[in-house]
Design a protein around this ligand. Sequence first.
Ligand code: OSB
Ligand code: MG
Length: 384
Amino acid sequence: MRPITLLSVNLYPLHIPFLEPFVTSFGEEPFKAGILVEVNTLEGVIGWGESSVELYPGYGAETVVTGLHILEEFLVPNLSGVMIHHPTDVPALLAHVRGNHHAKSGLEAAIWDAFAKANDMRLADLFASCLPDGHDSRNRATVGVSIGIMESIDKTLEIVRKRVGQGYARIKLKIKPGWDIELARAVRAEFPNILLMLDANSAYTLADADHLAQLDAFNLLMIEQPLGHDDIHDHGLLQARLNTPICLDESVKSLGDLKMALKIGAIGVLNLKPARVGGFTESLKIYQHCAENNVPLWIGGMLECGVGRAANVAFASLPAVTLPCDISATDRYFAEDISEPPFVLNADSSLSVPDGAGIGVQVIGSRVAESVNRWAEVTGGGEE
Ligand code: OSB
Ligand code: MG
């Protein structure tokens, strides 16, 4: 494959209005925040990636401001003028920085996109080319929808009706203490057959095990990250007391974490967010480990804009992604995204992989500029 040479990197803070705020056990996301990464190459190809960092360090430790700092001061300077023979070589070039996976993943993703474009292939096919035979892209990703914490169960039921009506085949409800058993009971009563799951974003402790065991009555696909974001051990103890499979999100930041969780019985299902594990190179290793060990796998989301969404759809089109993903249609999040065309839900609850090279969506420059301006307004100045 044709190598690329990196000339320059531009970083754009994101501020895109949501159609509705997204509330989780760790807080409210008032608008879509993040960092858009643009990579320019000697070959004249431009690559785009998204660092799905957030406004507050509630899900993970990183924020937009820490992401800009780490990218500008430590990651980008190491790549200037570097020839990339394959995107899987990128993590070694970023290894001098510990952690900061979300920041790294946007830069790596931009290089994956540029490399795929320079070689005139879809990102989905580039991913497949890194895997053994039999892992070709299915050209679409099966998806569900994640529903935030609402002001009442009635309001939640209304939204669930709307999403089921739109054709989403799997519903995920955010929960927290006091917003769990009765919610699950009400949704299950009205929708006895939908694929239903809950996500606690680390809102419980092992002392809640008996309480959480009541959820076994509702035939849930899984319960996602009930316990500490950094506590694989206690998830093992909890799983022994639940029939519902535990899905880990926050706790699995690397292939090593996954292996440990599997070894101690702390995980039944993996939510793989490429950003959380540092990018697509690590994601491909984790994907292969899941494929070889029959670990049920789906791709999670961080309310990405079209750039991150496109890359995640490409990854989620790989065949060992066996469960519906948290990658919904553009109109579930935004009135207007920064890229075109929008992702539209197919009748089989899937999103199609775009046809074009790389991520296959076009970034609209004027919308990026508007987003940067909105960010500057709410933060009272430039990027700092
Ligand atoms: O825990 O999966 C999560 C969004 C932001 C931060 C954490 C999570 C989420 C979601 C949204 O659940 C999934 C999506 O992008 O639609
Ligand atoms: Mg989650």
